[in-house]
Design a protein around this ligand. Sequence first.
Ligand code: MV4
Length: 453
Amino acid sequence: MIKKVLIANRGEIALRIHRACHEMDIKTVAVHSTADAEAKHVKLADEAVCIGPPPATDSYLNIPNIISAAEISGADAIHPGYGFLSENEKFATIVEEHEVIWIGPKPEHIRVMGDKVEAKKTAGKLGLPLVPGSDGAVREIGEAKKIGDEIGYPLIVKAASGGGGRGMKVVPEAGKLESLMKQAGSEAKSAFGDDTVYLEKFLGNPRHIEFQIFGDGKGNAIHLGERDCSLQRRHQKVLEEAPGPTITDEERTRMGDICARAMADMGYRGAGTIEFLYEDGGFYFIEMNTRLQVEHPVTEMITGLDLVREQILVAAGQPLSVTQDEVTFTGHAIECRINAEHPETFAPSPGKVVNYHAAGGMHVRVDSGLYSGYSIPPYYDSMVAKLIVYGTSRNKCIRRLRRALEEMVIDGVDTTLPLHRALLEDPDVLEGNYTIKWLEEWLERNAAASDTQ
Ligand code: MV4
């Protein structure tokens, strides 16, 4: 079994990994930039190694420094968390070449899913339902026009190297196809060094539904149900819930089984998330994330499973702790991402937290590296806390979440707590009546309303 894990990350996810490790009698090594010397993950870990100056490219993305930290500390495994190097095929390969256990998927699977064209081809072969579109990359306008005639407009042009919403163009009609395809290609070239694009039918008003899957790397895989992550602003998730408020038990079982079968067939190892757009009762694969996700706790709340523990077990070559028949879904969970940002302008608000009180009580979980007196550095992501609440029903979950949001205190910086309190009063949110467009439209309406006051 693994004895010492190096945690190649920071903030709440570094703490989350540390906690799973200590519950398994595994020692932890924190790595940190000079800006994070006073961070909570550094204080809690058994050992800490400074890996460079504040910019992430010099520290949390610095592969030689992280490998050196693993060697000098004698760590036998590395957990990358999310973001940073978590979906870097090269890093995963280097870790394994150093005979350190990579707590993540096989490097080949990270590579395949990182290329959106290859990911879609693979998903199609494995039997996942796809958005109608080009069969792979589209290289010339004649081919694109033919696809447009076949599937109809509007279309969307996507960059093969994109993801997370970068490098996309909606094409309303055939007359705009050539110019928008050229634009998408040249933007992708300068952003990712790759101008490969592909085409899909544009879905106008879908929900974002994602399935959590786990594989043992030996041909066994399970699903842990879905999350609805439709409430997003500029491709950043704001609030996530499990189960999806519109997803039936029949849909969960049918789609979950398709996802698990696909992962078993590819021999997938570790945690993964298969993302779908969901419209008019249909699921359409868009991307797969080959890592643990920020919103994994809502799945933990309704299944009772510790997803980091499962990651560590399969990385160590052990079986998953449950079979599909043993996975149960009970009640409802919602996560609010709390960012150090102005709640209306979303301007980042780093600085000293003079007073911090986490919410508490039954079925309330706060994952955060904050403490009173901590200074939020300006160099990294602005998410500073996650409030995750469980209830036996969606209504009870919402009531408890509103109570927990009342209790939370983060003084000294702006946070998105007031945004969450307002969202949890909105009739559409209370009814689960929202799609991927809802939050930006709601923010626009509220901005217009406050302008006229
Ligand atoms: C789409 C789409 C509509 N039609 N694909 C955005 C990020 C990337 N993961 C895929 N995205 C989209 N792909 C087709 N064919 C709309 C989006 C999209 C979106 C998806 C999920 C959550 C929020 C979104 C916000 C804007 C656009």
